[in-house]
Design a protein around this ligand. Structure first.
Ligand code: PLP
Length: 404
């Protein structure tokens, strides 16, 4: 008789977006004439840039020709893509990362969920609170997190690191020593960032206690301030303790195309075994490779034309973030993020909970956002708005919120 993986039943978090969808659908059904503006989900809306489309068309044609047809992709990804990533994202920034330390994938969600597989079950994880829920949820599914406490909204065996106004949304080093530390900057949902000095403290700490940092830099393209690091490898010693996750979703609009990568430096070892060799084995066994057409599209992101077009596209969303940030601030709300990220994180007014404010915004302004409590207990009392809408809708949404 088979048994199910009961760890899956412990997952509480997946209700967030389905609850939002249900509430919005009910409201729309009862108010058919109302135009609802969605600034909730983190999906992009701009079409793919011409340089990317051109590369994809060319690759499609190659697939239809016997001489240039490609079958299974190499398990780590094509050399042509790994080489331009290593150069543009790392070497040009002074980071010592080689092409063979980059593993191409179908996105950072899968990688951030799968990476825990190369660690023993008794490792203790530490996560920012609030944060992108995939880190905790996938460790829950793997049976690494203990029981869920309904009252606190926390798992017994997870170290939660509060990110609050008081610490500028950057966690303090934990009192209890973790084995695996998940950091995400620019952060989803707070939109806040970490300075190089603060990140260096984490790298030094991880090296000292023998922990590994899984650094999610999915939003690095949104960094505008010079002193903010784009990669953890800008810090000294990161090659011996840090894995970095990257995505093409938010910098190039690949949410539907699917492309990302994970950097595993060869110097992270335990008992003479490198994490690089484990991840290589894991990907070679369980991952079928990212399509050639998609990897050529990824290569075009780093072409001169691609870079210029994407700068414009990212600028479009950054303009929205500015509009939201300024509009809310001028209206008297307390706001964070938005400067180096496509997310604005606002304090809910008065004593309203995140969900109460969600309802107010939906009913009074017909605007959909995301309740902060969906990202962890410290997200209660906050609310996330995203910059991925159109200029017109974003502007309209802010006007409506002002008039609420
Ligand atoms: N990491 C963070 C912090 C995210 O917010 C998201 C998506 O919203 C992802 C990773 C997922 O990226 P991808 O689309 O590459 O799977």
């Amino acid at each position: 008789m088979f048994e199910i993986n009961r760890n899956y039943l412990k997952l509480p978090g997946n209700y967030l977006f389905s609850t939002i969808a249900k509430k919005v659908a009910e409201y729309q059904e009862a108010n058919k004439e109302k135009e609802i503006i969605r600034l909730g989900i983190g999906d992009v809306t701009r079409p793919l840039a011409p340089a990317i489309l051109e590369a994809m068309h060319k690759a499609v044609d190659e697939m239809g020709c016997a001489e240039t047809f490609r079958g299974y992709a190499p398990e780590q990804g094509y050399q042509f893509l790994r080489t331009v990533i290593a150069k543009n994202d790392y070497q040009d920034r002074g980071c010592r990362i080689e092409a063979d330390e980059i593993f191409i994938s179908d996105g950072a969600k899968c990688d951030s969920g799968n990476i825990q597989e190369i660690f023993a079950k008794n490792n203790k994880i530490a996560v920012c609170d609030p944060v992108y829920p995939v880190y905790v949820d996938t460790n829950v599914m793997a049976g690494r997190t203990g029981k869920f406490d309904q009252k606190t909204g926390k798992f017994d065996d997870v170290i939660y690191m509060p990110c609050t106004r008081e610490n500028h949304f950057v966690p303090e080093l934990p009192k209890e020593t973790p084995d695996i530390i998940y950091l995400c900057f620019p952060n989803n949902p707070t939109g806040e960032v970490i300075t190089k000095e603060e990140l260096q403290r984490w790298v030094d700490y991880a090296n000292k206690v023998g922990a590994v940092i899984i650094y999610d830099a999915a939003y690095e393209a949104y960094i505008t301030q010079e002193h903010i690091p784009h990669s953890i490898y800008e810090c000294e010693g990161a090659r011996t303790c840090a894995i970095e996750l990257r995505s093409f979703s938010k910098n190039a609009g690949f949410t539907g195309v699917r492309l990302g990568f994970t950097v595993v430096p060869k110097e992270i070892n335990r008992d003479g075994v490198s994490l690089h060799s484990l991840w290589f084995r894991r990907q070679g066994t369980k991952y079928n490779g990212t399509p050639y057409i998609v990897q050529r599209a990824g290569e075009a992101v780093y072409s001169e034309k691609g870079k210029a077009q994407l700068r414009e596209q990212i600028g479009y969303y950054q303009e929205n973030a500015k509009m939201i940030y300024k509009g809310l601030k001028d209206t008297g709300y307390t706001v964070y993020g938005g400067v180096n990220s496509p997310y604005v994180w606002m304090k809910t007014p008065g004593t309203k909970t995140s969900w109460e404010f969600f309802d107010t915004l939906l009913h009074e302004a017909n605007v959909v956002g995301t309740p902060g409590s969906g990202f962890g207990p410290c997200g209660e009392g906050y609310f996330r708005l995203t910059a991925f809408g159109t200029h017109e809708n974003t502007k309209k949404a802010i006007e409506r919120i002002k008039n609420m």
